[in-house]
Design a protein around this ligand. Structure first.
Ligand code: FHN
Length: 434
């Protein structure tokens, strides 16, 4: 009698503890770890899967531009024989990125690693080889931080109630979450990602409680892994009470200037996330201005490419990324490990700072006067273009006027380095003078 009573009480306590656990985050990623992530400033996003055989959007074109049966069978012909993880990572390195994020599983449910949880994986394609594992190894070899994109919705999994084809079911979210936890455990224990980029949190079956429980589960597996804010039901572009994760994720736009909350903009180099033939690609000037304006807002840029079905990245995208890397070879000191400000980014310039130096990334390079306000209590020691000439300036009581030359060192975006007689990283935000 007492045994039965005791086991009932124990079960009841377990239920309450479980309920409590799912309503609060137990252990968060440390500030030091998040600061380290934010110092990286520039990552490469890669959206890839069997859908590249059709050149339509990953996940979203299933049951739409590509009928479901055909879409779900693409893996049987997916054989990217020209895939070379070392070459992909070399392209990333040449771009000047510091981390790489691969869609291990997107909304179509296909797994780019040989998950033991189901047969809809790379192992069951003609290619067979572990894409996620190869990229993790290549990143380790070349000193690029390896990160994983993972969707919390899965339109292919019968346990997930929504299938994006108008034929939703009741599903079984308890089983779905169990499978997801096994997949996350595989990814963390086999590939040790630096950051996990969740997505798909907007659909009804995914709840705040499940998100919090998943965050706690991941933190138990790896307290250091950085997690984006798409595990909870909060908005993507800002951090809020409802956010579950470590940083905000504005998408296809440069995030708002924010020195308090960490954020990373994910933006495509073309229009589509996954590969699309003849997809218009952003100009180098747009790419550099996007990167500089993101750093100038105190955020990271996760810049996306979509490789082709044979495993190659389009040469034009490789070239564009190399051009960005060449710019960063000269001006990277004004991006990596900087803090935004003290001027907010606009169409004329962005500004970043590090120790005693303020950097101005100039987008509209016009000769003549460039005015900035005097920073009270600080004195300018020198001003010069990075890898360029000194720039004459005159400091009055209220402002400093730089006399910009007719010719700039870099036609895409030149960077003016202004050295002060003390640390400038805590200077409050200043309005640029018109
Ligand atoms: O639906 C996805 C989309 O395919 C892509 O993965 C982007 C990348 O951030 N996230 C979702 C849309 O918000």
């Amino acid at each position: 009698m007492y045994k039965k009573l005791f086991s009932f009480i124990a079960f009841f306590v377990f239920l309450i503890a479980n309920a409590q656990q799912s309503s609060t985050i137990n252990v968060r990623t440390s500030k030091a770890q998040i600061d380290d992530f934010m110092d990286q400033r520039f990552g490469l996003f890669i959206h890839w899967g069997p859908v590249s055989l059709r050149g339509t959007e990953i996940g979203w074109s299933r049951s739409h531009q590509v009928n479901q049966v055909e879409y779900d069978s693409l893996y049987k012909e997916f054989n990217p024989v020209l895939f070379n993880a070392d070459n992909w990572v070399k392209t990333a390195k040449n771009a000047g990125v510091k981390y790489l994020t691969i869609t291990a599983k997107h909304h179509d449910g296909f797994c780019l690693w040989p998950s033991a949880t189901n047969n809809y994986t790379i192992q069951y394609t003609p290619f067979k080889k572990d894409i996620v594992g190869a990229l993790a190894m290549a990143c380790k070899k070349q000193g690029i931080k390896f990160c994983v994109y993972f969707t919390v919705l899965d339109w292919h999994d019968e346990n997930y109630p929504i299938h994006n084809n108008g034929k939703d079911t009741n599903g079984n979210m308890v089983e779905f979450v169990k499978t997801m936890k096994k997949q996350i455990q595989e990814i963390i224990s086999n590939y040790h990602p630096y950051m996990l980029w969740f997505d798909g949190n907007w659909e009804k079956p995914w709840t705040q409680e499940i998100g919090i429980d998943m965050y706690n589960y991941i933190k138990k597996l790896d307290p250091k892994v950085v997690i984006n804010n798409r595990l909870g039901k909060g908005t993507h572009k800002t951090m809020s009470e409802a956010s579950v994760g470590d940083y905000a994720t504005p998408e296809q736009e440069i995030g708002s200037f924010n020195l308090k909350d960490p954020w990373e903009s994910c933006i495509t180099i073309c229009n589509q996330w996954s590969w699309k033939p003849n997809d218009p690609m952003k100009s180098l000037k747009t790419c550099i201005q996007t990167l500089a304006s993101t750093a100038g807002g105190n955020g990271n840029l996760l810049f996306n490419i979509g490789p082709m079905s044979d495993g190659r990245i389009e040469q034009r995208q490789i070239t564009r990324l190399k051009e960005m890397g060449d710019w960063l070879k000269i001006y990277g000191e004004s991006i990596y490990g900087t803090r935004a400000g003290p001027f907010k980014p606009d169409s004329i310039l962005a500004s970043t700072r590090k120790r005693n130096t303020i950097y101005l990334q100039l987008f509209k390079m016009q000769s003549g006067d460039l005015k900035i306000p005097v920073i009270p209590g600080l004195k300018i020691l020198k001003a010069n273009f990075i890898k360029g000439d000194a720039v004459p300036f005159e400091q009055t009581n209220n402002n400093v006027v730089f006399d910009l030359p007719k010719k700039f060192p870099n036609a895409t975006c030149s960077v003016l380095a202004i050295e002060f007689n003390a640390d400038v990283t805590t200077v409050s935000i200043l309005e640029k003078l018109k």
